[in-house]
Write a protein that binds this ligand. Structure first.
Ligand code: GDP
Length: 432
């Protein structure tokens, strides 16, 4: 889906606008600085056109950290978005922080829509027109609070956004797109450097005005791969506060562009909540998954036993993901990454013909029928794989299947077809 990113200083009304765009009160309106929202991206729709809305303002810094964090917001937005919504508060006008963002936005080739928020009445519209001075095109007066001007804005947004994500479109048939993910210090940039075969310095200051190439093409195992959003890995954005928020934003951005994620884990440390959250983001995104256990050179026998137990306990839900034990420092087993990526992508691309799906269901039902509930036994009439990337199955049934039975079906699908490295979805359509 095309991506729209919202950027602006704290308190200009970004959350309010997000709510308006989504048409529901999902985003939280916050007046407390320093509050982090968990969600950073939402699925939005207007006039049958769907897009992903990324709210880069989910973390609002206190006065001290404003410039750095708003700049980080803008930078991430420019990297990942097909269009940027720049929100200004007309009742305040342009501040130094806004100027900073404007400088960055002028340098991008992405379309920028200037929103003059808090234009609650006609008088404010006049203030809004002063924003022509920003040099970012026509300002659009809106009152996110009252809904004024929002429909027009949405019309403009869907007109501005491309049909599919520009990133996804330009690369059909090109190199497969890989995201390297993981919490700080697990060795992402070491892995990238080793894979790319050089210690490259990417010059890209936070204040820079140009859009840098954020993806890198790397030849590995005889074919070219595209590592996406590597700017976020190579470059160290040092933020005192909000670092977790920007890390999630980066992860979301990278997943949006990627087909397969390599989640890097540090074997010298216990598997953490943050590791699990990153894996959850991959599952939510429906991308293929490879787990890279890094710093293997530092592993001793004691830690190794713990590690295996942790993996069994905490990572059982992704036991299907190919695993590579590597050392980004020594280069150990790095070559195993390629077959792991290939396996995961093959599974992600898999299409099972409908005939085979139904033969599978017939056999499964015969061997293990759905239990009778309240005198009724739901039947599966027909099944098909509706899509791939990731494989998504639809079962047409005469009643709701028990969650337990659905898990059983998922398990059997993996037993029969493997699907190593890809999440799979099993959906139901109940026909009365
Ligand atoms: P990133 O934040 O995930 O990009 O992590 P870095 O690549 O910057 O690595 C963090 C630290 O771990 C650095 O000091 C690296 O030299 C070190 N490191 C990364 N991979 C390995 C490895 O396989 N073995 C060892 N011993 N150290 C590593």
């Amino acid at each position: 889906l095309p991506v729209l990113a919202i950027v602006g200083r704290p308190n200009v009304g970004k959350s309010q606008l997000v709510n308006r765009i989504l048409g529901r009160r999902e985003a939280v309106v916050q007046d407390t600085p320093g509050v982090t929202r968990d969600r950073v991206s939402y699925k939005a729709e207007w006039n049958d056109k769907r897009f992903t809305l990324v709210d880069t303002g989910g973390w609002e810094p206190d006065a001290k950290g404003i410039n750095a964090s708003v700049a980080a917001q803008a930078e991430v937005a420019i990297d990942l978005a097909d269009a940027v919504l720049f929100v200004v508060d007309v009742t305040v006008g342009i501040t130094a922080t806004d100027e900073h963002v404007v400088k960055m936005l002028r340098g991008t080739d992405r379309p920028v829509i200037v929103v003059a928020n808090k234009s609650d009445d006609d008088r404010r519209d006049l203030d809004a027109y002063e924003l022509w001075n920003l040099g970012l095109g026509e300002p659009h007066p809106v009152s996110a609070l009252h809904g004024r001007g929002v429909a027009d804005l949405l019309d403009l947004i869907v007109k501005t956004l491309p049909d599919t994500s520009a990133v996804a479109k330009q690369e059909v048939g090109g190199p497969r797109r890989v995201a390297i993910l993981g919490r700080p210090n697990v060795g992402k940039s070491s892995l990238l450097n080793k894979a790319a075969g050089e210690e490259r310095v990417v010059v890209n200051e936070l204040s820079g005005t140009t859009r840098d190439p954020v993806d890198e093409q790397v030849e590995l195992g005889g074919r070219v791969w595209r590592f996406v959003d590597t700017a976020g890995i190579r470059k160290r954005v040092h933020l005192q506060q909000g670092a977790d928020f920007y890390a999630s934003l980066r992860t979301t951005a990278a997943l949006e562009k990627a087909e397969v994620a390599v989640v890097v884990l540090d074997v010298t440390e216990p598997i953490s909540v943050q590791d699990l959250r990153i894996i959850d983001l991959v599952l939510e995104s429906g991308r293929a998954l490879v787990l890279a256990y890094n710093k293997w050179d530092l592993l001793d026998d004691d830690r190794r036993r713990y590690l295996e137990r942790e993996i069994e306990q905490d990572l059982a839900h992704v036991a299907w993901a190919p695993r590579v034990n590597i050392s980004a420092r020594t280069g150990r087993h790095l070559e195993k990454l390629v077959p792991a990526l290939e396996t995961a992508l093959d599974s992600w691309d898999t299409r099972i013909p409908t005939g085979k799906v139904n033969a599978f269901i017939a056999e499964l039902v015969q061997e293990h029928p759905h239990p009778v509930r309240g005198g009724k036994q739901p039947r599966i009439l027909f099944g098909t794989q509706a899509s791939s990337q990731p494989p998504t199955f639809v079962l047409f049934t005469t009643g709701f299947l028990d969650p337990q039975y659905r898990r059983f079906i998922t398990r059997r699908l993996r037993e029969v077809w493997g699907f190593a490295g890809t999440p799979i979805n099993v959906n139901m359509r109940v026909r009365e």
